[in-house]
Design a protein around this ligand. Structure first.
Ligand SMILES: Nc1nc2c(ncn2[C@@H]2O[C@H](COP(=O)(O)OP(=O)(O)O)[C@@H](O)[C@H]2O)c(=O)[nH]1
Ligand SMILES: [Mg+2]
Length: 346
């Protein structure tokens, strides 16, 4: 590589559960399959996080940056980029920024501080199609963080289109257009792969235009909204008396996530994303719950399990972190005995 050549970086942004990790995995697999070299940086609040585990389990060259939004840690991004490029020069580096990031601020700072090193793809924001349709049908205004991210976007991707009846798509588009009339709008299903190529084209070849400076007022309102979001990550080793079958493991995780979710609601909070990762000897399963009304969704496979490691993240609006910890542990204490599972702090 020419020394002056920049590393192409695509940030896949969006609120909790909109499908960022799924999208990065799908694009990463596709590009790797074509012989391209891919690296992934995941960014989240705490060190114990499910997505980092999943990305690494899939064999991607990956680094985690934890401790909150990389907006405030660009020196770490620079270090991590150096760590990766010492191993190989990626054709593309994906970054999943923390779900509550403020795009205009991050891109502006990235350009100023790392512009010599990195070439960034357009500001890409994923939104949850069914969730927006729900807002639109109930006349609910979008929460500030989501709305601000759409406003900042150059590309808005309406994801989970497999769950939206085609005749309802215009309602979602209208809602986005009212917030941001100029962004490029795309529809996608990271799950089925529909629309993924169009996003890949943006990621690989799109041009990021520099935006007007973000104001302090916006940063302040944003910060206020972020403090409403509770986030907690816990990990345990688990053992079970008899080997659990794949469906046992799924039922266990389903009960666990729904149990936590119900307690979040019961305490007056709102579910943003509750997820768990179980891994042993090269196999893993990720379970995910974005809204109580939805099914728990699984990625990966585990044929049987007698011992392993479980990582749990509970993210919810309106509840403090330590309260979420309490809900995680209480639910685990209720659910584990049903499956004859014992757990121990790691
Ligand atoms: N039906 C459907 N589910 C999806 C799609 N994309 C992601 N999901 C699911 O939505 C949940 C959250 O996805 P994830 O990638 O973890 O979201 P993130 O929090 O933005 O990284 C998971 O259960 C995914 O399997 C999609 O296009 N369609
Ligand atoms: Mg994620």
């Amino acid at each position: 590589m020419n020394e002056m050549e920049k590393i192409r970086v695509a940030l896949i942004g969006g609120f909790y559960g909109t499908g960022k990790t799924t999208t990065i995995i799908q694009m990463g697999k596709k590009l790797s399959g074509e012989g391209k070299r891919v690296a992934v940086i995941t960014n989240d609040k705490g060190v114990i996080n499910v997505d980092g585990e999943v990305i690494k389990s899939l064999g991607f060259e990956a680094e985690d940056i934890t401790g909150g939004c990389i907006c405030f840690y660009l020196d770490r991004v620079s270090e991590v980029v150096d760590t990766i490029t010492k191993k190989f020069i990626p054709d593309i580096m994906f970054i999943e920024p923390v779900a509550y990031f403020l795009p205009s601020k991050l891109y502006e700072d990235l350009g100023r501080e790392l512009g010599e090193k990195l070439e960034v793809a357009p500001i890409t924001i994923l939104i949850d199609g069914p969730q927006l349709l729900h807002y639109s049908q109930h006349g609910t205004e979008l929460p500030y963080i989501e709305s601000r991210q759409i406003e900042d976007a150059e590309v808005v991707v309406i994801n989970k289109i497999d769950l939206v009846p085609p005749d309802k798509i215009p309602f979602i588009e209208k809602m986005v257009r009212e917030i941001n009339p100029r962004a490029r709008l795309m529809t996608m299903s990271a799950k089925t792969g529909m629309g993924l190529n169009e996003l890949l084209d943006v990621v690989l070849h799109g041009r990021h235009e520099v935006f007007p400076t973000v104001t302090m007022t916006v940063v302040k309102s944003f910060a206020r909204s972020v403090t409403e979001i509770g986030w907690r990550g816990e990990q345990y080793t688990i053992t079970s008396e008899r080997a659990l079958s794949e469906s046992d493991v799924k039922n266990f995780l389903r009960d666990l996530l729904r149990g936590i979710g119900e307690k979040v609601i019961g305490a007056g909070g709102e579910v943003n994303h509750i997820k768990a990762f179980i891994g042993n000897e090269g196999f893993f399963l990720k379970a995910s719950l974005v809204r109580l009304g939805q099914e728990v969704d699984f990625v990966g496979d585990i044929k049987s399990l007698s011992s392993g490691r479980i990582v749990i993240n509970a993210i919810g609006r309106g509840l403090p972190d330590d309260f979420l910890y309490n809900l995680i542990i209480k639910t685990l204490q209720e659910v584990a005995p049903r499956y004859k599972v014992k757990f121990k702090e790691k």
